[in-house]
Write a protein that binds this ligand. Structure first.
Ligand SMILES: O=P(O)(O)OC[C@H]1O[C@H](O[C@H]2O[C@H](CO)[C@@H](O)[C@H](O)[C@H]2O)[C@H](O)[C@@H](O)[C@@H]1O
Length: 263
């Protein structure tokens, strides 16, 4: 298949062409805000089926590893991905901000951490009850206070209560994202997940797309031969930027086109 004209920036197209001709590659993307547009309720997020299908097709090419690296719990991520492509064979799904691989947790959870998570979840739930529109999402090693559907003043007050309360507990690792504050009881990092994918595949280069604060950690693990792409607005250390999730499918499709056309 030969790549066609693109609405992507010229320098990004050139970088993707160089990337696709490397002997071994990893192509990975964040989920929310990249493969799936941001929506009001986490359970309503839907990935672009064509973009996910392209990742699956890429995974079928020689020396090509593909992955979705998400902040979501892996089981939640797997459920949403299967709505787009029922059998995403070959596509690695990594949840909990890079900690939850197909083969289980990179780091185990101790009884002490489990107790801390229960306490933190109870505190966030109490905060959510006081601020209408807020809600708590639970994951295997973290809990998230969502304030996207709260009035602006309530949203800020809820986040402040979390920052002054459960965030200060020893052993809690807070991350702020898009209308959320997430409290984990283990250290997470999407960059570490990319390092593992690169190492396991013996890859020469990695291409990663991300839109949120936790994706900056992933971008920080990429080097000169890699392609880092920020999706949407906001400060970033990524080398390239595209306007929004609508263009993610185009990036993946271009890589597939270039990579399928090499001998
Ligand atoms: O790493 P990602 O795949 O981007 O996951 C990051 C978080 O995504 C979800 O929350 C975000 O998307 C929701 C649906 O569009 C939106 O309502 C929320 O405001 C966003 O923060 C997910 O719920 C979190 O668990 C992920 O950590």
């Amino acid at each position: 298949m030969s790549p066609t004209a693109s609405s992507l920036p010229d320098d990004l197209v050139a970088a993707l062409r160089r990337f696709a001709t490397r002997p071994g590659v990893v192509v990975a993307s964040d989920f929310d805000g990249c493969l799936a547009p941001i929506v009001a309720h986490p359970s309503d997020a839907r990935a672009d089926p064509a973009a996910v299908a392209t990742l699956v097709e890429l995974a079928g090419l020689p020396a090509t590893t593909t992955a979705i690296v998400s902040g979501r719990a892996r089981a939640d991520l797997a459920g949403l991905v299967s709505l787009a492509v029922p059998d995403p064979a070959g596509l690695a799904l990594i949840g909990s901000h890079g900690s939850e691989f197909d083969d289980g947790f990179a780091a185990g959870i101790t009884d002490e951490q489990r107790a801390l998570l229960a306490a933190v979840t109870a505190e966030l739930t109490a905060i959510a009850h006081r601020f209408p529109g807020s809600m708590v999402e639970t994951k295997p090693a973290s809990s998230v206070l969502h304030v996207r559907n709260a009035a602006p003043a309530d949203a800020e007050a809820a986040l402040d209560e979390a920052r002054r309360g459960p965030v200060t507990r020893p052993g809690v690792h807070p991350t702020e994202g898009k209308a959320v504050i997430e409290l984990a009881v283990i250290e997470t990092g999407k960059g570490h997940a990319l390092d593992l994918l690169r190492e396991r595949a013996g890859a020469d280069a990695v291409c990663y797309l991300g839109d949120d604060v936790t994706d900056e950690n992933a971008f920080g693990h990429l080097g000169a031969d890699d392609v880092s792409i920020k999706v949407g607005d906001g400060d970033t250390i990524a080398r390239y930027r595209i306007d929004g999730p609508d263009l993610v499918g185009e990036v993946l499709s271009l890589v597939r086109g270039y990579r399928s056309s090499i001998g």
